[in-house]
Design a binder for this molecule. Sequence first.
Ligand SMILES: [Zn+2]
Length: 257
Amino acid sequence: MHEASLLTTGATLVAMAEVIDRGARVAVNYAGGLHHAMRRRASGFCVYNDPAIVCALLADRGMKVAYVDIDAHHGDGVQAAFYETDQVLTISLHQDGRTLFPGTGFADERGSGSGIGYSINVPLAPYTDDAAYMRAFDAVVPPLVERYRPDVLLTQQGIDSHFSDPLTHLMVSTRTREHCVRWFGATPYPWVAMGGGGYDLDAVRRTWSMEYLIMLGASIPSELHDPDPPVATGARRTMIDEAVDGAMRDALAAAFR
Ligand SMILES: [Zn+2]
């Protein structure tokens, strides 16, 4: 486990070097994004926290880092590593911690000391679908990242938020992921991308293939997309929309000015 974890961590370091030292527009390590590992313990299938290690190396070079985590689980290990600093902005969109591991990631976890307002959490209700997820993403991620003006963008792109994932209860499809990853690619910031969770292997291979094509600027074959994504209706629609409204409002209110 130690040696395999060193390899996945090292691959994210290589991705960082490609972007920072060799001028690549984007580099991705889909074996990385192990965002639950803590400073002194493994957690949630994660032994070493490659996103936190890369954020720290960049911060040590004096760079401002925006870390955006769209895995279905809260990026708790990365948040914990930079909770007291404004040099790394962490934004995590995830299924509400009352219903999913690791049980954290609420809007009032907003940092401490000089880090107040630089830990941003958007907890989403179970059954959040494409329309609601994209609305939350657009309301929080572009405005805060643009306000922060980072030197580097890091993204954790776990696809356990997919509607067919067996471990979580979010209901997003490849449509949401195309939307988010196209925004990452449209920013002017050097971009280091990572994978993360993803437990329906058919959704993983299609989504990450699609995202890779977006990074390459290539067209997306229709067979990579979900043909018929779920759309919430009725009382569930109302519940999801109200929850997303509240999460957006609380996240923006918690953010730095
Ligand atoms: Zn996850």
